[in-house]
Design a protein around this ligand. Structure first.
Ligand code: CP
Length: 338
């Protein structure tokens, strides 16, 4: 009997075999220069959103169209009902269908499933396990691609690596500084987690500035230190945006939620509102070495980053968003191409 191989999923960039990120970056650059041939004719990707999206949804749909394939976009609560994700549970609650059944059924219709799950939001220890997207991957017979889980955003990280390469060339030895930014809403650290590990894997020197109490996930930081040691990069944290921006090549602005107050929105909002001065402005950018500004968007203007920086020559934010299209075409060709 022929062995049934598990499909290759993309939940974290490290799911890709060694060297694959490099191949995908090269393919992304080629696809940006030359219009792609319609290589995915007859292939379909199902997009399942349990949270909203502007860039991810549109760029994936456009990528499939430009490659000659199709996408079916489904949004939870408007296009389908709640799905149960707990294994072995008695389904006497709101959800009439289990995600494992949905995964098996959707695998019969489409060639890949791209999923943006919604965290439960009560316990970081539980949500950080990424059990929802892993459940889909376990029960899907086609590749599952994360469109941003609780912990990782691999598609954003790939587009960001591409943007860094376009802007800086060789990344080894270059400096990237993540700067926490003010926001009235609790944002996910997935973008920072993914690019942190990807940039360190390229041998970059990374600094992370945030107020006390807004530390990143400790296990992700432990992985970051291990990757930095292996790649001769470095990672350090500081409590002052100026220290992070000093001499840097790129300031990556991003808000993220507190782990300490995860599950307690009132305390978390109060903690965020007590921070002041965590806005990226021209004075901060001027501390770098002709520093560029990156942000995965959506960005809160004049709260996270000032208008003059976002609209000025330093800003790479629209280039980052454009590169989602090209790098996702590379991922789709890799996962679905003949
Ligand atoms: N950066 C990003 O993932 O954007 P969306 O949330 O709009 O998809």
């Amino acid at each position: 009997m022929a062995e049934i191989r598990a499909p290759q999923h993309l939940i974290h960039l490290s799911d890709l075999p060694k060297g694959q990120v490099e191949d995908l970056l090269s393919l992304s650059m080629r696809l940006k220069k030359r219009p792609a041939k319609p290589s995915l004719s007859g292939r379909t990707v199902g997009l399942l959103f349990f949270r909203g999206s502007l860039r991810t949804r549109t760029s994936l749909e456009a990528a499939m169209t430009q490659l000659g394939g199709n996408s079916i976009n489904l949004s939870a609560s408007s296009d389908f009902w709640d799905l149960e994700t707990a294994e072995g549970t008695i389904m006497d609650g709101r959800a009439p269908e289990h995600a494992k059944d949905a995964a098996a059924v959707l695998s019969c219709y489409v060639d890949a499933l791209a999923i943006r799950p919604k965290p439960v939001g009560t316990s970081w220890d539980k949500d950080r396990r990424d059990s929802e997207i892993r459940l889909w991957a376990k029960h899907s017979r086609v590749p599952v691609v994360s469109m941003e889980s609780v912990l990782w955003h691999p598609l954003q990280a790939l587009a960001d690596l591409m943007t860094l390469r376009e802007s800086l060339g060789e990344l080894r030895g270059r400096k990237l500084s993540f700067v926490w930014t003010q926001s009235p809403t609790a944002a996910s650290p997935a973008v920072v987690h993914s690019l942190l590990l990807a940039a360190l894997g390229q041998g970059m020197h990374v600094r992370i500035a945030h107020p006390a109490g807004l530390e990143l996930d400790p296990e992700v930081m432990a992985s970051a230190r291990a990757v930095a040691t292996a790649s001769a990069g470095s990672v350090e944290t500081c409590s002052n945006a100026r220290d992070a921006a000093d001499g840097t090549h790129v300031v990556y602005a991003r808000s993220w939620h507190s782990i300490e107050h995860y599950g307690n929105p009132t305390l978390a909002a109060s903690q965020r509102s007590r921070q002041s001065g965590w806005t990226v402005d021209e004075k901060l950018m001027a501390l770098g070495q002709d520093a560029k500004l990156m942000h995965a968007m959506p960005v809160r203007r004049n709260l996270e980053v000032t208008d003059d920086v976002l609209d000025g020559a330093r800003s790479l934010v629209v280039q980052q968003a454009e590169n989602r299209l090209h790098s996702q075409k590379a991922v789709l060709q890799h996962l679905l191409g003949a």
